[in-house]
Structure formats: C-alpha cells, structure tokens
Ligand binder design. Structure first.
Ligand code: SF4
Length: 120
C-alpha cells in the first residue's frame, strides 16, 4: 500500500511518498529532513490531530467556551471526543489553561479551555 502525504512539520510542505513494504516495514521518501520520516510513518500508521471545539456554559450571555486538546488525538477517537464535549455543560467562570477533561479515553490527552471567561 502506498500513500502520498504532505508533511506539515514546517512550511516546506514536503510531498512524502509512504509505502508499506511489509508488516511494520514503512518506507518514507521525499522528505528534506529526518522529521519527515517520523511524520510520514505516524500519518500512515496512526494519524493524530489537535482537536478544537466549543462547550456549552451555564450562562445566557456567553453560551459557549472554546476548548482544545493539549496534544494530538488519534483520529479514530475524534468523533467520540466531540460527542462527549457536546454533551457537557460547564459552569463559568473558566480560565484559559484550566482542564475540562483529563486523560480522555486513557490516551493521556487533556482538553483545556483556551479562553478566560468571567461570570457575567
Ligand atoms: S520533511 Fe522536514 S523539511 Fe520537509 S516539510 Fe517535513 S519537517 Fe519540513
């Protein structure tokens, strides 16, 4: 199996060609530096993304507060996280950096508020 992946490790945006030669044997070509090898392997085997979303609050004046994962989350788990976040309601005030959700699905990923919002 072969995949073309754009490396997002820096603005160069190298076009990587990632091929699975055998079980766990991944070849990455097209990178201009070694970071592209790790990026290509991870994107091929287990792509991850930082997730941003909003969570409802108990306030009528500021009904939503933005949140973000503190590290990339495996893409397969993103719908489950979004579902969990949309089910929640948080009480104001909140501070940027406060943790809303600790260790989501045993991944070590935390969800934190990205804005400080006082109670209206
Ligand atoms: S392979 Fe290296 S130079 Fe190319 S985009 Fe990735 S980080 Fe940048």
């Amino acid at each position: 199996m072969e995949k073309e992946i754009i490396c997002l490790g820096c603005p160069n945006g190298c076009r990587l060609c990632v091929t699975e030669r055998g079980r766990g044997d991944i070849e990455v070509l097209g990178q201009q530096c070694d970071r592209g090898i790790d990026y290509g392997r991870e994107e091929f085997l287990e792509p991850k993304r930082i997730v941003t979303a909003v969570v409802r609050t108990d306030s009528d004046t500021v009904p939503f507060v933005p949140v973000k994962t503190d590290k990339p989350l495996v893409m397969d788990l993103i719908p489950k996280l979004i579902e969990e976040l949309y089910r929640r309601e948080t009480r104001l005030p909140v501070r940027a950096g406060d943790v809303l959700l600790e260790d989501f699905a045993d991944t070590g990923v935390r969800v934190c508020f990205t804005r400080t919002i006082a109670r209206a």
